[in-house]
Ligand binder design. Structure first.
Ligand code: ZN
Length: 367
């Protein structure tokens, strides 16, 4: 809740700052006959629109979960950041087009000292404000704020180039506005494509944040009954709604009621400290048995021969059915998973032919 208030407050500031800039720049632009300054004003208007989209996105994303959307509406925030990035991309394309027009047919401009001072003040305001919005966005992990902050900051550089071009045209009588415009437009287009990619990647689904999985594992492993924690998956439905699962390994002499209590305690602690709704699966480990230890050690040796295998876990021998189970995690780069799995199976079978094997290939979902 606190986070949304910060986003909305920062966005309202953005609207006010940009509307003031639009008014000043439009007046200066009309008086000096500078297309660059008028375009700049239009650009500020689009920034005000980005802030409005951020506010609408934030409001919609906090809507309570319902039957159709049981995971809530948190991902709307990512969609908002994609829309803002698309607006910035559009602004970049417009400004590169206008810059080329300026190179081909330069227009007479008549800058005055007063107009230049107003543009300078606008540059400074926009630069400081852009940096501020971006830092707030980074702190509270809001892609929309990062996008609009980057946008504002880029705009100030664009305005600065207009200023430099104006001073050069006043003193040296050379028109470089168009050329500078092209360079800055390319920078804007490039950064907007990066923002688009970031927003879309979050919607597609990213690998879980490494810092978060390390914290999660630390909490789970802090319970003395837990012998290992594997197969972490985390699904993000907006910055404040994370659902996931993990496998824990416990000794095979633990009773169902003990495992029940253990998993309840883990779930409560994980929810309390990380706000993650976690489902827990169980792997059993054999109570110390020399023969099984030997099999496991040999299996570790076999697996180590394949650098494509990132992890071996969940090793368990069921003495009643003579079934051995274990899981393997392969590197995503590995192209012949099945073949390597077969080789591991054959090698271990050769040494211990009296057992049946049940191998699961897990995906490398998280660190
Ligand atoms: Zn597994």
């Amino acid at each position: 809740m606190e986070r949304n208030k910060i986003i909305i407050k920062t966005s309202i500031m953005g609207i006010i700052v940009n509307i003031i800039l639009v008014i000043f720049k439009a007046i200066v632009g009309l008086f000096t006959n500078s297309i660059a300054i008028i375009l700049d004003a239009v650009n500020n208007l689009s920034d005000a629109i980005s802030s409005i989209i951020t506010i609408i996105g934030t409001k919609l994303s906090t809507k309570k979960p319902d039957k159709e959307h049981p995971y809530g509406h948190g991902r709307i925030e990512y969609i908002a950041s994609v829309i803002i990035a698309a607006i910035v991309l559009f602004a970049g394309i417009t400004s590169i087009k206008e810059s080329f027009v300026k190179i081909i047919s330069p227009e007479e401009t008549n800058y005055t000292i007063v107009s230049l001072i107003i543009v300078s003040v606008a540059v400074i305001v926009k630069y400081i404000f852009g940096k501020y919005v971006k830092s707030v966005g980074k702190k509270i992990k809001s892609q929309s704020l990062i996008a609009s902050g980057t946008d504002a900051y880029m705009d100030s550089i664009l305005s600065f180039s207009t200023l430099v071009a104006a001073i050069i045209s006043m003193t040296l009588n050379i028109g470089i506005e168009g050329y500078l415009g092209v360079i800055i437009s390319i920078i804007i287009i490039k950064s907007s494509i990066e923002m688009l990619k970031d927003g879309l990647a979050t919607i597609i689904g990213l690998r879980a944040d490494r810092e978060l999985t390390i914290k999660l594992k630390k909490i789970i492993n802090s319970f003395k009954e837990v012998e290992g924690c594997y197969d972490i998956t985390l699904h993000n439905y907006g910055p404040s709604e994370i659902i996931g699962s993990a496998h824990i390994q416990v000794n095979d002499d633990m009773k169902a009621k003990e495992i029940h209590m253990l998993s309840k305690k883990i779930q409560a602690k994980v929810y309390q400290e990380l706000n993650i709704t976690l489902t827990i699966g169980i792997y059993a480990s054999n109570t110390s048995n020399e023969k099984f230890e030997l099999i496991k050690n040999d299996l570790v040796k076999i697996v180590k021969k394949h650098k494509e295998i990132l992890q071996l876990h969940g090793f368990f021998v069921d003495p009643e059915s003579n079934i051995i189970t274990f899981d393997l995690i392969f590197d995503f780069e590995c192209k012949n998973e099945e073949e390597i799995k077969e080789r591991v199976l054959n090698d271990i079978k050769e040494k211990y032919p009296d057992y049946e094997y049940f191998i699961v290939v897990d995906k490398d979902y998280a660190d």
